[in-house]
Design a binder for this molecule. Sequence first.
Ligand code: SF4
Length: 361
Amino acid sequence: MAIATEISPFSQQEIENEAERLLNRLMHIECDSRRSWNIDTCREIAPLTLEINQLKAEKDAVILAHSYVEPEIVYGVADFSGDSYMLSMKAKQANAKRIVFSGVVFMAETAKILSPEAEVVVPDRNSGCSLADSLTGSDLRKMKSMYPDAAVVCYINSTAEVKAECDVCVTSSNVYKIVASLPQKRILFVPDRLMAENIRIEMKKLGIEKEIISSDGTCIVHDQFDPNLISEARENFPGLKVVSHPECTLNITGKSDYVGSTGGMMQYVKNTDAPYFMMLTECGLVERIEVESPEKRFISGCKLCPFMKMNSLEKIRDVLVDPRQEQIVELEEDLRLRALRSIDRMFEIAEGEPHQPNKGC
Ligand code: SF4
């Protein structure tokens, strides 16, 4: 947790008001076994959230926070929070001089692809992703040479270098529609092996003949869930609804009541009347629903993403004050344009979808 140790330039009353504002949101979080929120813990972080919010205005910056980062970031300082693609679209619309992307590096790259004129910075350059970092552009070029007749499809959770090598990018909400619509029978799908398995099942259900070849990446959060937990939980909690992401194994998605993107999962829980939910995803998403729909009840099951948790209020403050070179996301223009083409193609094919699909992790 962030602890303010320096003498604060804010008055006691300003700190008290800020602590109450934070407590109003954070008090609903129950699923976090690492800590609990009360007026004292909110008072500790209040000087920092006040400072960051003041810096944002001074620097003409927007802060985008993925739903999986710590809740004091989401509810303390973020201008927008959600999944990576929705955040990138928000960044584009916000037209800010500086974008602080509190998430992981591939997401900040997507923001840079869509907003090249803005300075996009990350609080921690080491905030990678097991899925995006499982495949380089060079790895993909080798795979493409082995399957020259295949359509190359990349999940949005991939690096800019990989997106630049693809025919079309997809999100977890439009992946089935786009894969089904491609004329090629053979699809090279990267970088998520488990999502590829889910696509095979879905194509079979739709009666569409496709050969899906995938690379071997997985999300270290979503590939960890134990299907036995679902059976035990269903016995102990009658009426339970199990919710999971297509980055999970078939053993999990096959036993779930709902499988969908981050935004889709949130909507499902908010709109479904059930006594309990089990969310097989990152805990940050559960915390968001706890804050925004405090009447919902969850049983434990979620996991933490170590990369997302590298983000902190202190790092956000520091990157706003004076970003180090390695915190600034830069892309060569040729690579950016090629990556942008795969994202634009996604919109062309997913015709009729609103331009803010909710979408990867
Ligand atoms: S939750 Fe998984 S896909 Fe998302 S950033 Fe973490 S490792 Fe990557």
